[in-house]
Design a protein around this ligand. Structure first.
Ligand code: NAD
Ligand code: IPM
Ligand code: MN
Length: 352
């Protein structure tokens, strides 16, 4: 029976990189004999403008029946970001308990890191971002708009169960990689939630004696990611810290356009969602120049998750080989190709 994938291209460059990725996925499916069936959903800011909602009321019930979700990006000028994000992206992550957001970062061959000394292979790390609680809470709001006593309040929520499960995932992952974990924190006690995070990390560390670990303050960690990115293996952080670190690390690796992400429900009760780290990039939308690599890499993670490790590895290998040449990589990577040219080259390589 076919595995069913819900596709949400979204806004801006979202549809461009998703359509490109479908071309590559079709090639992989043919070569590896995979039976993948796709349904497209036009849930987006355009839908919001036309119909008053990013997705239908039963949108989450519809998605629940799928084996995985492939998303481009949502957000478009004119629709406030909090509307587009709380109307689609965040409910998917939270309702489907996608509590791990896995964001690998590597300097790929053919990609120039802005850091003088970072060569391909030097940087190879994974950000494990807590994805359903922390700073992204629904508790709070804006009050007294327009008055002198106007204010905005938002409570962070850190639960023992929530921190434990993501930290355990990160320790487990470190075990299969370099055996080294860094916890992103701010333990000075100014912020009350993070000393609690630290306690849980230290407790869980005792269960993983084979993993070396340390904790770094988020500010110092940001600096170290620039000064010595090669030092890191797995970095675990709260929702907001993980968000910031993953863009920073992606930039260190050469472009946010190549960064992938997997929003995972490791219990497999609900569908997981695969999407590039970047957004809808209104500044380059419609030009056919968006880098499809972040979405292609995310699709490779989706194939892994669906049990097709060989196919996933094949897709990623084809992407890596393709972008070695400037003629088949996009402008953000110093190349000359458009989105379609990159993906045609990837597909041809897979079929070769
Ligand atoms: P962005 O990631 O869309 O763009 C940041 C910069 O990176 C831009 O200059 C853009 O041109 C460039 N860029 C991004 N992806 C690229 C690619 N594939 N190839 C080449 N260049 C690329 O971030 P932003 O400008 O902060 O946000 C724009 C909109 O996207 C906002 O509405 C935001 O809320 C939304 N957003 C959505 C998601 C998501 O759906 N997961 C993620 C981030 C931002
Ligand atoms: C990401 C994005 C989202 C986040 C935004 C668009 C809500 O930046 O996926 O990294 O902060 O999670
Ligand atoms: Mn982000």
């Amino acid at each position: 029976m076919a595995q069913r994938i819900a596709v949400i291209p979204g806004d801006g460059i979202g549809p461009e990189v998703v359509e490109a990725t479908r071309t590559a996925l079709d090639a992989v499916a043919d070569v590896h004999g995979l039976d993948l069936a796709y349904d497209d959903f036009d849930w987006s800011c355009r839908r919001y403008v036309e119909q008053g909602a990013m997705m239908p009321e039963d949108g989450l019930d519809i998605l629940r029946e799928y084996d995985a979700i492939l998303l481009g990006a949502v957000g478009w000028p004119g629709v406030p970001d909090h509307v587009s994000l709380w109307g689609l992206l965040i409910p998917i992550r939270r309702t489907f308990r996608q509590y791990v957001n896995l964001r690998p970062v590597a300097v790929l061959e053919g990609v120039q890191s802005p850091l003088r000394d970072a060569r391909p292979g030097d940087v190879d790390l994974v950000v494990v971002r807590e994805n359903v609680e922390g700073e992204y809470s629904e508790i709070g709001g804006r009050m007294n708009r327009g008055f002198p006593d106007e204010m905005a309040v938002q409570e962070s929520v850190f639960t023992r169960a929530g921190v434990t499960r993501v930290v355990d995932f990160a320790f487990d992952l470190a075990r299969t990689r370099g055996g080294y974990l860094t916890s992103a924190t701010k333990s000075n006690g100014i912020v009350h939630t993070l000393p609690f995070w630290d306690e849980v990390v230290a407790e869980r560390a005792a269960e993983f004696p084979d993993v070396r670990w340390d904790a770094e303050h988020i500010d110092a960690l940001a600096a170290k990611l620039v000064l010595e990115p090669g030092r890191f293996d797995v970095i675990v952080g709260s929702n907001l810290f993980g968000d910031i670190l993953s863009d920073l690390a992606a930039a260190v690796a050469g472009s946010i356009g190549v960064a992938p992400s997997a929003n995972l429900d490791p219990t497999r009760t609900f569908p997981s969602m695969f999407e590039p780290v970047h957004g809808s990039a209104p500044d380059i939308a419609g030009q056919g120049t968006a880098d499809p690599v972040g979405t292609l890499w995310s699709a490779s993670m989706m194939l892994d998750h669906l049990g097709h490790q060989e196919a996933g590895a094949d897709l990623l290998a084809a992407v890596r080989a393709t972008i070695r040449s400037p003629a088949t990589r996009t402008r953000d990577l110093g190349g000359t190709a458009g989105t379609r040219e990159v993906v045609e080259a990837v597909a041809a390589r897979i079929r070769a």
